[in-house]
Design a protein around this ligand. Structure first.
Ligand code: FAD
Length: 566
C-alpha cells in the first residue's frame, strides 16, 4: 500500500541531462522540485555520452563571428525530418534551444564551447553548416560536487584517454585526426593526470570530468546550489490522474512503495526502452539485442512509455533507435559505440558476402539503418557486419577498444580479446575463413578499394566525398583523407553489431512538451522529454548533439509551460 508522504510542485523522473535541466529551471522559477532516479548513480546515458549538444543559431558561435540564422536552421531541420515532424515542434526547438543554453551558461556551473569545425551530419541538405551548431562541454572539476562526486555515473572508458584521463572533444578529435601537435597534447594530458598528486593519492578517477560526465556533474552541482533533492534508488512505477489531471506518481524507494503528490505536473525524463528485450522484440526491427546497446544496463526499460500508454498517450517512432554500430568487449557490461573510426582511411566494412553495403564514414544512425536494409536483402548477411583493416591501419589508428598498435601493440592486448573482439590472419583469405566471410567477395572488395584509394574516388559509396566524412578522416592522407589501401598483413577483423545509444521513439508530445493522446488532446500536467518521448528529429540525426539538445530544450519548454499555467 502506497503511503502519501510528500508533495512537490513538480517531480522530474530520471536524472539525465534533460531531467536535470528541467529541475534547474523549475527551481529558478520558484517551484519546489524533486528528482527521482531509479539507479544508485545519477546521470543515466547522458553521463556516458560525448555531452555534445546540437543548438543551431547559438550565442557561442555568434560571439566568434559565426554565421547562422533561424531561417537557415529551419530549412535544414525541415529537410532532415522530411516533413514527418509537426512544424510547430521544430519551431519550438529552434526558438528555445539557444535561449536554454544561454540561460544555463549565464546562471549555472555548466560551461560549453562551440565546435566550429564539426559539420552537420547531412552536408548535402539545404541549410546545413560545416560547423558551429554542435556545442562541447568544457572539463569540470568534480571537487565542486563534494561527496556527490561518488554518486556520479562513472564515465565510460571509451570516452577517456587511456580509459582514465579526461579530455575534451576537441582534444579527442585532434588526436584521432592526427592533427599537428597531437603527440605533444597526449603527453601533456598524461602528465597533468599523473602529477595531480592530491587526487592520485585518493583515486584513479580523474578529478576532471569530461564530455557527458562534465555535463551531468555541472548540472548536478548547479542543482546542489539550488538545494534540489535527488532521490537515488527510487523507481518510478505509475502515474496518478485525478479529475483529468496528473496529481502524483507512485515510486518504489529503497523497496517501499510511496505516493508522491504534485501540485503542477510530472516531467518524465526516464530514457527510452533500449534495456528491455521484450519491448525491443515488440517494436524494433529484428534482429535486436539488449547487449548491443551502449547504454547503462538495466536502467532505461521503458517505464515512462508504459505509464503513458496506460493513460491513453499516443506514441511515435517506436521502431527507431538512435542507432550506432557497437562492439562487445569481454567483461564490459555494455557495448562500445563505434562513432569516428569508420571514417579513418584503410578500414572497410563488409557483410558476410565480403561486400561493402554503405559508406563506412556515414553518420552512425544511417550506418545501422543500412545494416538493417542490407540484412533484409542479403538474407541476413549484414548483422553482424565486419570491419576489416591491415597492419598499417592498425599501427596508426584506433578501432573500438584497440588503440593504435604504436601505443598498444597486439602483445599488450588482453588475451581474451583475440577471437572475441578482434580476429587476425596473415592474408585476407585466411581472415575471411576465420570469420566466416566469403573470401572471393572480400578479395574483390579489397581490390576495388585499393583502386579507389589511389584515385581518391569511392565509386560505390563516395566515401570522403563530403565535409562530414572528412571531419574524421586523416588530413595527412592524399588524395582522399578517408581512403587508403589494404595491403600489408597481418590483416584484422572486428565484429560490429546493430547497436544503439538509446531508442528514439516514445510518448508523443506537442510543441509545449505536453504528452498528447491520439486525438491531440493533452494529458494535463504530464510532460515527456528525452528518449521517453518521440524525437523532434523524426527519423533523422541532423548533427552531433541531436539527442541531448532536444532533451534539455524540451525540459526548459515544459517548465515554461508550467509557469504559464500558474
Ligand atoms: P538518460 O540520460 O539515460 O537518463 C534517463 C535516466 O532515467 C537514467 O538515469 C535512468 O536510470 C532513469 N530511469 C529509467 N527508468 C526509471 C524509472 N522507472 N524511475 C526512475 N528513473 C528511471 N547524444 C548527444 O546528443 N550528444 C552526444 O555527444 C552523445 N554521445 C553519446 C555517446 C555515447 C557513448 C552514448 C552511449 C550516447 C551518446 N549520446 C549522445 C546519446 C545520449 O546520451 C542519449 O540519447 C541521452 O543521454 C538520453 O537522455 P535521456 O535523458 O532520455 O536518458
Amino acid at each position: 500500500q502506497a503511503t502519501d508522504t510528500d508533495t512537490y510542485d513538480v517531480v522530474v523522473v530520471g536524472s539525465g541531462a534533460g531531467a536535470m535541466t528541467a529541475a534547474i529551471f523549475a527551481a529558478d522559477q520558484g517551484m519546489s522540485v524533486l528528482i527521482v532516479e531509479k539507479g544508485d548513480k545519477y546521470g543515466g546515458t547522458s553521463a556516458l555520452s560525448g555531452g555534445g549538444i546540437w543548438v543551431p543559431n547559438n550565442h557561442y558561435f555568434k560571439a566568434k563571428g559565426g554565421n547562422d540564422s533561424y531561417e537557415q536552421a529551419l530549412t535544414y531541420l525541415k529537410a532532415s525530418t522530411e516533413g514527418k515532424v509537426d512544424e510547430a515542434r521544430l519551431h519550438a526547438y529552434l526558438d528555445n534551444a539557444p535561449k536554454m543554453m544561454q540561460y544555463l551558461e549565464e546562471n549555472t556551473r555548466l560551461h560549453y564551447t562551440v565546435a566550429e569545425k564539426y559539420p552537420d551530419y547531412y552536408p548535402h541538405l539545404p541549410g546545413s553548416l560545416p560547423g558551429g551548431r554542435t556545442l562541447d562541454p568544457e572539463l569540470f572539476d568534480t571537487t565542486q560536487l563534494g561527496d556527490e562526486a561518488d554518486n556520479l555515473m562513472p564515465a565510460s572508458p571509451t570516452t577517456l584517454l587511456m580509459g582514465k584521463i579526461a579530455w575534451t572533444a576537441r582534444h579527442a578529435h585532434k588526436a584521432m585526426a592526427r592533427e599537428r601537435g597531437w603527440r605533444l597534447l597526449m603527453v601533456w594530458l598524461m602528465l597533468r593526470y599523473k602529477f595531480d598528486f592530491k587526487q592520485r593519492r585518493k583515486t584513479r578517477r580523474d578529478r576532471r570530468a569530461a564530455l557527458g560526465n562534465a555535463l551531468i556533474a555541472s548540472l548536478r552541482a548547479s542543482l546542489i546550489d539550488r538545494k534540489v533533492p535527488l532521490w537515488l534508488n527510487t523507481d518510478f512505477q505509475e502515474l496518478v490522474e485525478t479529475d483529468g489531471r496528473i496529481s502524483g506518481l507512485i515510486v518504489k524507494r529503497d523497496g517501499t512503495e510511496q505516493l508522491i503528490k504534485v501540485r503542477q505536473g510530472v516531467i518524465l525524463g526516464s530514457g527510452g526502452f533500449e534495456q528491455n528485450q521484450a519491448l525491443r522484440d515488440k517494436y524494433l526491427p529484428q534482429p535486436t539485442k539488449v547487449e548491443w546497446s551502449a547504454t547503462p544496463p538495466g536502467q532505461n526499460t521503458g517505464a515512462a512509455l508504459e505509464a503513458g500508454q496506460a493513460l491513453g498517450a499516443a506514441t511515435e517512432l517506436l521502431d527507431w533507435g538512435w542507432w550506432a554500430p557497437t562492439i562487445r568487449v569481454p567483461k564490459e557490461n555494455k557495448s562500445r559505440g563505434v562513432f569516428a573510426e569508420r571514417a579513418f582511411p584503410g578500414a572497410i566494412v563488409v557483410n558476410g558476402q565480403g561486400k561493402r553495403f554503405v559508406n563506412e564514414a556515414a553518420p552512425y544512425l544511417e550506418f545501422v539503418d543500412a545494416m538493417y536494409k542490407d540484412n533484409a536483402v542479403s538474407g541476413g548477411q549484414s548483422i553482424p557486419a565486419w570491419v576489416i583493416f591491415d597492419s598499417k591501419f592498425r599501427f596508426n589508428y584506433a578501432m573500438g577498444p584497440l588503440m593504435p598498435s604504436q601505443v598498444m601493440p597486439d602483445s599488450r592486448l588482453p588475451k581474451a580479446w583475440h577471437k572475441t573482439v578482434y580476429w587476425k590472419a596473415d592474408t585476407l583469405e585466411a581472415l575471411a575463413g576465420e570469420i566466416g566471410v566469403d573470401a572471393a567477395g572480400l578479395a574483390d572488395t579489397a581490390k576495388k578499394m585499393n583502386a579507389y584509394a589511389a584515385s581518391g574516388n569511392d565509386e560505390d559509396f563516395q566515401r570522403g566525398g563530403n565535409v562530414f566524412d572528412r571531419y574524421y578522416g586523416d588530413s595527412n592522407v592524399k588524395p582522399n583523407p578517408c581512403l587508403a589501401p589494404l595491403q600489408k598483413g597481418p590483416f584484422y577483423a572486428m565484429r560490429m553489431d546493430a547497436g544503439d545509444i538509446g531508442t528514439k521513439g516514445g510518448l508523443l508530445t506537442n510543441e509545449r512538451g505536453c504528452v498528447v493522446r491520439e486525438d491531440g488532446s493533452e494529458i494535463k500536467g504530464l510532460y515527456a522529454i528525452g528518449n521517453c518521448s518521440a524525437s523532434v528529429m523524426g527519423t533523422s540525426y541532423p548533427g552531433a548533439g541531436s539527442t541531448l539538445g532536444p532533451a534539455m530544450t524540451f525540459g526548459y519548454i515544459a517548465v515554461n509551460d508550467l509557469v504559464s499555467q500558474r
